[in-house]
Design a binder for this molecule. Structure first.
Ligand code: C5P
Length: 302
């Protein structure tokens, strides 16, 4: 086999409850992940060395050295197998870079699945999940896909049922936000306001809305504890969210650590209209539609 292509989805967090800061610098979370039909493609080709090339919009922000998460994934997999392998990784990016939609995690998950196949390792998904958790808190979900509750730092996953299709619009901002900076700002805001940080709890009504395919119910229950921090760091997001709501979105939320804003629409047509209206209102660089849920990292060509 000389080449393997894997498709990996973006995610939106329909609930992100951030608990207290832990001793290891992470926060305990309740993170309800939902995979959406915005996909990066990771191609793995036979090669002597481990290299990466990235194609798509705003990809100049993606590092090409050992800090690239897909490179780290390939190296971690080779180490797990106890061998030295090379691979040429080509990442075709559609997921916004540093946008709060787990684009980097998607590429790492894609690299794991692609290299596992290219190198003929045949490792089961459970092994890939373990390696994924060491690479980043969101990488296991990029492998799993669908809809799932993440606990711990987000890496311990329990799939939950979601009925039908939810239609989303993602308002992509200019430039990204660093996840670590947004968590840091969240801590700072909490300290400044003296907010008592509760242990994160999953919202049962939100799980019911997912289970029942109730878009209006889900829209009203979208919740993200990182939103105030993301808005504080990028003030223009407040206006983006407000305009989306005025334009009839069922719910509006910052996606993960931002700066992408996610809007839930009643159907496909409403999502298309909302995307056009958001772009017309000039409150984002671009707006794209997607639906969820979709599966996690999958081989599409080998
Ligand atoms: O796990 P990952 O590398 O994606 O996390 C990036 C950063 O986000 C961490 O270094 C940490 O600052 C923050 N984070 C956190 N609590 C989590 C997940 C991430 O504080 N549960």
């Amino acid at each position: 086999m000389s080449s393997v292509t894997v498709r990996v989805p973006a995610k939106v967090n329909v609930q992100l409850a951030v608990g207290p800061l832990r001793d290891d610098g992470y926060h305990d979370l309740v993170n309800v992940f939902h995979a959406v039909s915005l996909f990066d493609e990771v191609v793995a080709k036979e090669s002597e060395a481990v290299t990466v090339r990235v194609e798509g919009a705003n990809v100049e922000q993606v590092p090409l050295d050992d800090s690239n998460l897909a490179i780290q994934a390939a190296r971690a997999l080779a180490k797990h197998a106890g061998r030295t392998y090379g691979v040429e990784l080509i990442i075709r990016k559609a997921i916004p870079v540093a946008g709060g939609m787990a684009g980097g995690s998607a590429d790492a998950a894609g690299a794991l699945v692609a290299c596992n196949e290219l190198w003929g390792l045949g490792l089961p998904r459970e092994d890939l999940m373990e390696i994924a958790a060491d690479l980043g808190s969101d990488v296991p979900f990029s492998l799993l896909g669908g809809t799932a509750v993440g606990t711990g730092r987000g890496e311990q996953l329990t799939p939950v049922p979601a009925r039908g299709r939810f239609h989303w619009v993602f308002a992509v901002a200019d430039g990204g936000l660093s996840t670590a900076t947004v968590y840091g700002e969240c801590d700072r805001l909490r300290e400044a306001t003296g907010e008592k940080v509760a242990w994160p709890q999953v919202s049962e009504p939100l799980l019911a809305a997912l289970r029942e395919g109730d878009a209006a119910g889900l829209g009203a229950l979208l919740a993200n504890d990182l939103q105030p921090a993301a808005v504080m760091l990028r003030r223009s997001l407040a206006r983006t969210l407000e305009v989306g709501q005025e334009l009839g979105a069922l719910g509006a939320i910052v996606s993960g650590s931002g700066p992408t804003c996610a809007f839930l629409a009643a159907g496909e047509e409403q999502a298309e209209e909302l995307a056009v209206a958001l772009m017309g209102a000039g409150v984002c660089r671009t707006a794209v539609t997607a639906y969820g849920e979709v599966p996690g990292a999958q081989i599409v060509a080998a």
